[in-house]
Every structure is written in structure tokens, then in C-alpha cells.
Design a binder for this molecule. Structure first.
Ligand SMILES: Cc1cc2nc3c(=O)[nH]c(=O)nc-3n(C[C@H](O)[C@H](O)[C@H](O)COP(=O)(O)O)c2cc1C
Length: 199
């Protein structure tokens, strides 16, 4: 087995960008085998106590309409009138139809809470990053969306998860639209993030 070089790994990590659903080719399907491989890579994330605290709900085809309706109706029902934003409401009803695949990524508690919740959340975050990097390697765009509606009891019930579980995000996946200019991003100089301790 030959491993990708550090240079290749750095290139992959730095090339990953959030690609918005509007920039995905809705008409081009992502094969279930590829989605399964991305999810399998997600499951290779580190996790404390081998709890493997992740579950993935995959929406494609006509099921995306149900997700769009679920999100927008729950947003409408649970958002206080003063906070309600028509543009957000509209987006929730549209975004799931712009991407061929959406994966609701869930942190599932187990083992009587032996592992702190924070660590289970951290493990699922690692899993989601594995998935996004794998998607990038495959040429797919990915986008992590976390509207507050995901935290509502109504959405938990809609998704069929327990109150102690959390939907940590919707991962949109899709091939970039032909001709899409790959977005650029910035990071602070790494030296500003490091404190070296010698001796
Ligand atoms: C936990 C988490 C939640 C996020 N939720 C949203 C979101 O709800 N809406 C959004 O536009 N971007 C969301 N993002 C994506 C960030 O906006 C994006 O990663 C950031 O702008 C950096 O761009 P890059 O991913 O291209 O490097 C989220 C990212 C993370 C890690």
C-alpha cells in the first residue's frame, strides 16, 4: 500500500472549499456507491471509546422535496415572528433541491453517557471532515449547513432521532456546475496560531 504524500495531503486539505448548493449541478447524480465510500471514510474518524457516535441520513431524488418541506415548515412553525426571515425560509425550501445529495449527520449518544457529549460531537465533526475531504478528492463539492432549526425538537422528531441525539449539520454534496470558478479562501498566517514551548 502506498500512502499519499504529505504534499498531496496538504494540497487536498487546502483545496477543499465550501461549495454552495447553488453552485452544484442538480441534474448530475452522485452514485450511491460513491456516497457509501464517502460515508465509510467518515466512519474511520477517531472516536473515544469506539462508540462510533454517528448516523447518516441520506436524501436524494424525490426525498429532497420532503427534506425541503420539513425544514421550511419547521422553521416557520418554531421561529418567533420577530426573528422570522423570509429569505431564510425560502432558502430552506430551495437548497435541498439544488444539490443531488444531502446527508443529515447525527451524533448519537450511547453507553449511558460514559463519554462526554463534547467528545462525541468532536468525533462526528472529524467524521464530517473526512467526508468533505474525500468528496474533494473525488471532485465533488461539499457544503456544511447548520441552520438553528436542526436543534429543534420538531426537527429531531421529523428526522426520527432521540432528544439526546443531535443533528450536527446537513452536508450538501454535488458535482460543481460546469465552469464554476473554484472559490478562494484565506487563513491567518499559521505563525499567529502557534505558541512553541521549548525546554
Ligand atoms: C460546524 C460548521 C457549521 C457551518 N455552518 C454553516 C452554515 O450554516 N452556513 C454557511 O454558509 N456555512 C456554514 N459552514 C461553512 C463555513 O461557512 C465555511 O467553512 C467557512 O466559510 C470557510 O470556508 P471554506 O469551507 O471554503 O474553507 C459551517 C462550517 C462548520 C465547520
Amino acid at each position: 500500500m502506498s500512502l499519499p504524500s504529505l504534499t498531496d495531503t496538504s494540497t487536498l486539505i487546502r483545496h477543499r472549499r465550501s461549495i454552495k448548493p447553488v453552485d452544484m449541478d442538480a441534474a448530475r447524480t452522485v452514485e450511491p456507491e460513491l456516497v457509501t465510500e464517502l460515508i465509510e471514510n467518515a466512519t474511520w474518524a477517531p472516536n473515544h471509546g469506539m462508540t462510533e457516535p454517528w448516523k447518516f441520513h441520506v436524501y436524494s431524488g424525490a426525498a429532497r422535496q420532503g427534506l425541503a418541506e420539513g425544514l421550511s415548515s419547521i422553521y416557520q412553525r418554531t421561529t418567533p415572528a420577530a426573528d422570522f426571515r423570509e429569505d431564510k425560509f425560502k432558502k430552506m425550501g430551495e437548497n435541498p433541491l439544488l444539490a443531488p445529495v444531502i446527508i443529515a449527520c447525527v451524533m448519537e449518544r450511547s453507553g449511558g453517557g460514559k463519554i462526554p457529549e463534547m467528545e462525541e460531537i468532536e468525533a462526528v465533526s472529524c467524521a464530517m471532515q473526512n467526508m468533505m475531504l474525500s468528496a474533494t478528492a473525488a471532485g465533488l463539492g461539499s457544503f456544511w449547513s447548520s441552520p438553528p432549526v436542526l436543534e429543534t425538537t420538531d426537527f429531531q422528531n421529523w428526522l426520527g432521532i432521540r432528544s439526546e441525539d443531535r443533528c450536527m449539520g446537513l452536508l450538501y454534496l454535488g458535482w460543481p456546475k460546469p465552469g464554476l470558478v473554484w472559490p478562494r479562501s484565506m487563513r491567518q498566517p499559521v505563525s499567529s496560531k502557534i505558541t512553541w514551548h521549548h525546554d
